[in-house]
Design a protein around this ligand. Structure first.
Ligand code: DP6
Length: 359
């Protein structure tokens, strides 16, 4: 708590990591509660290169409305139902502990000021909304000293952005679609901690830092409404893949993990192409990365790397540390990537990819 002019300012700062799904969430069965059509599973990346830093504060000194700024730009939270839903859920939890303990300061009655910063391109298919809403929920929960577990908070973050619920935990995280109409069982849970498979690495190839053409929320609704492949993926394909990839993770079976990851990225992008009008997230550089991964695996004679693409052209390539020179080295040499590496449970190397003749 810090004092500025007459009233105290209460403050909490936190960071949240990006997660990259290997089984993709694509489609909502309830738009208001942000409930998914299928379960999904992701790997949480270390925060050294990709993270959101958020400070939440509240004070009677602040103007009456809550405010949010992202990368220095004020955001209109009053028109963002999702942000309002997260804040009202968090306030209600604070209110409940204040009602139970009259010695607590009435923070729930004070206007909030939230300041957020990404250290990577926002809305370029690099899971910025995942890290963003996870950091917002965690920061306000810390400010309010809420006793809720990450699992409980994931229900709130989910309402900000579906993928955000998976960024409240580390390692390998599943978001279970749930069955209840009120969404109370649609939450994230850790399948395995990062320490279970410390050799895993992710190479992030920043093919384009531009804002994506079709935001995920809009894109997935078009797919739900118009794609004939969509229902098969959600109902028949993903449930089997969830079971199989959880097994692969438990067994640290990289070739199996890799094949499921690549196949699910391809199926997800196939449903985008099958939407009407079709949605293209991958570009020529993305496709060059796909070919390269298959070429590397074929040349080595075993599966040493796997690609996956979210709602944008940027590639994430998973591999194991022992194959780092082979995978990161080859990708860098062939795609002309300018890579940088870090130590950590999940090393990411962020590389800017350029390919001749591709915008
Ligand atoms: C392709 O979580 O951004 O990255 O819930 O509408 O905010 P909203 O969607 P969002 O969608 C992410 C889609 C994805 C796949 C994934 O992360 O699972």
């Amino acid at each position: 708590m810090a004092s500025s002019s007459s009233q105290p300012v209460y403050r909490a700062t936190t960071t949240a990591p990006v997660n990259i799904a290997v089984i993709k969430y694509w489609g909502k069965r309830d738009v208001t509660l942000n409930l998914p059509t299928n379960s999904s599973l992701s790997v949480t990346l270390s925060q050294r290169s990709l993270r959101t830093l958020t400070t939440a504060s509240c004070s009677a000194n602040y103007p009456t409305a809550d405010t949010l700024s992202l990368n220095g730009k004020p955001q209109d939270i009053q028109s963002s139902k999702r942000t309002l839903a997260c804040l009202s859920n968090l306030r209600a939890l604070r209110q409940a502990i204040e009602d139970a303990d009259s010695s607590l300061s009435k923070l729930s009655a004070l206007p909030l000021r939230i300041v957020s910063e990404n250290n990577f391109p926002t809305a370029a298919g690099l899971a910025s909304s995942a890290a963003g809403f996870a950091a917002l929920v965690r920061a306000v929960a810390n400010l309010y000293q809420l006793p809720q577990s990450p699992r409980d908070l994931s229900r709130i973050a989910r309402q900000g952005s579906g993928s955000a619920c998976r960024s409240l935990m580390g390692g390998y995280v599943a978001w279970r679609t749930g069955e209840l109409a009120d969404g109370s069982d649609s939450l994230a849970e850790e399948v395995a901690p990062a320490s279970h498979w410390p050799e895993m690495r992710a190479l992030v190839l920043v093919v384009s830092a531009e804002k994506k053409d079709v935001p995920s929320t809009e894109g997935m609704q078009t797919t739900v409404e118009t794609s004939s492949l969509f229902a098969t993926r959600a109902q028949a394909v993903v449930p089997e893949r969830m079971t199989a990839i959880e097994e692969a993770i438990q067994n640290r079976d990289f070739p199996r993990f890799a094949e499921i990851t690549m196949r699910d990225s391809n199926t997800f992008h196939a449903t985008c192409l099958d939407s009407w009008p079709p949605i293209f997230y991958m570009n020529d550089v993305s496709r060059a990365a796909v070919r390269l991964v298959h070429d590397i695996n074929r040349a080595v004679g075993r599966t040493v790397c796997a690609y996956t693409f979210d709602a944008g052209p940027n590639a994430v390539i998973y591999y194991e540390e022992k194959d780092s020179a082979l995978v990161a080295g080859t990708v860098k040499a062939i795609l002309g990537a300018d890579t940088e590496g870090w130590d950590g449970p999940f090393n990411e190397s962020v590389a800017n990819v350029t390919a001749p003749g591709v915008a």
